[in-house]
Design a protein around this ligand. Structure first.
Ligand code: CO
Length: 427
């Protein structure tokens, strides 16, 4: 295995471990971008007219692009993805007690595979809104101590020893101590965030498994990690943008990472919002173009919606479309759904297949079983919000929406190489 492949899979592990929440994904990507000559812009400022490498963050979403060496009305090449992953999140009145235990009230975010959250040592991360005089400031927080655990029922106490049904209201609270003296969980988080407890006015706090990501298997050719859906794309997309910025072509490479995909994308910063189209229009306007140029530019642009794909599961091969085997370490995946759960059409498929060919990586083609409901991505949403031609792509994994997922180590580099080729098409 080439050393770059190891570095990339290990790079993904480090990226995921640094990024327990969507806000931390944005912080990690921001750090990688600033280290490579990108400047952060703010939506409330006017933007520079000169070409350059820029990005902006809106909550848990991030858009980055480079106009260096690219013409003023060059079309966009966009790689999209999402920063959020299903998990258990802290309620507004989290302090509970039951049977002599101190509990933290938790509830699922997105389609979390609830069984996978049991009996794990959990930390907390997210952001606080903190009062500073008469203003409110955002403060990122992460606690990597094993402070929480959602304990499983003993097998002897289940009715038939065949497993238990998990009720999201009753069975997912986390224990964090014993005794009758009720403690304030938010006060604890405030203390760890080094802010006064009474200054905390709001929060988005979520749990994360503390076991570090790892390369596993005797050949270490698999990545075992949380949040691969969809930090696998956030990492590969960031690497692709950094590579594309180094070799400008005749299109503007853009990375668009959205929060809230796992809950339907309808928010101020989700894929349903104005975020992408507003930023793209401001890129054109900032360089002296008008609305007419913007619309011309959009008509020639294309988006690859990156999200993880289902590898064929060895223990459940019958759950997969038999003529569409998907292998880990078999290369990026093109996702097609006739009912447009994925946005891919022939034009998008052609653009991504060409990129894979130019990158020298194999392409796999995924179709969901016709008798099972297919998941979706930001692809159909960005396509319908912007009119951009869109193709749904990904890298293969097992255990999607488990708190711990599995993908191929060699796919990390293959995926980012394909996305980099997509971002910089050669004429
Ligand atoms: Co996803």
């Amino acid at each position: 295995m080439p050393s770059t492949t190891w570095a990339d899979a290990q790079g993904l592990c480090a990226f995921v471990d640094a990024s327990p929440s969507p806000f931390h994904v944005c912080a990690t990507v921001s750090m990688l971008l600033t280290g490579n000559g990108f400047t952060e812009l703010h939506e409330t400022d006017s933007w520079p007219g000169e070409p350059g490498r820029y990005f902006l963050v809106r909550g848990g979403s991030l858009i980055a692009w480079s106009t260096e060496g690219v013409g003023r009305t060059a079309p966009f090449r966009i790689v999209g993805g999402h920063t959020d992953s299903p998990n258990l999140r802290v309620k507004q009145h989290p302090d509970l007690s039951s049977a002599g235990w101190q509990l933290v009230g938790l509830e699922p975010y997105g389609g979390a595979w609830l069984n996978s959250w049991l009996d794990r040592d959990l930390g907390i991360s997210g952001r606080l809104s903190v009062r500073a005089g008469n203003t409110v400031q955002e403060k990122l927080v992460r606690v990597d101590e094993p402070i929480l655990r959602v304990p499983q029922l003993a097998i002897h106490l289940s009715e038939d020893r065949k497993g238990v049904h998990l009720d999201p209201q009753r069975h997912l609270n986390g224990v964090w101590g014993v005794g009758t003296e009720r403690r304030s969980f938010i006060d604890f988080v405030a203390e760890r965030a080094e802010v006064p407890a009474d200054a905390v006015l709001g929060w988005e706090l979520m749990t994360h498994d503390l076991a570090p990501s790892a390369l596993v298997g005797t050949e270490q050719d698999l990545v075992s990690a949380p949040r691969l859906d969809n930090q696998g794309t956030c990492y590969a997309g960031t690497q692709a943008l950094l590579s594309a910025a180094e070799r400008p072509g005749d299109q503007v490479p853009v990375l668009a990472l959205f929060d809230h995909e796992e809950v339907g994308s309808m928010s101020d910063r989700g894929a349903f919002s104005d975020l992408l189209s507003t930023v793209l229009e401001r890129i054109v306007l900032g360089r002296g173009g008008g609305r007419e140029e913007f619309l011309q530019t959009m008509a020639g642009s294309i988006c690859a919606s990156g999200d993880m794909a289902h590898a064929t599961h060895p223990n459940y091969p019958d759950r997969h479309e038999p003529a569409h085997h998907i292998a880990v370490n078999g290369g990026p995946v093109l996702k097609v759904n006739q009912n447009l759960r994925y946005a891919t059409d022939a034009a998008g498929a052609g653009a991504f297949a060409l990129a894979c060919d130019q990158a020298g990586v194999p392409l796999q083609r995924y179709v969901h079983r016709a008798d099972l409901p297919c998941g979706s991505t930001i692809g159909p949403i960005t396509a319908s919000r912007t009119g951009l031609s869109t193709v749904d792509v990904g890298a293969a994994q097992l255990g999607m929406h488990s708190s711990r997922e599995l993908m191929g180590a060699r796919d990390v580099r293959a995926y980012s190489d394909a996305l980099a080729a997509f971002l910089t098409p050669t004429a």
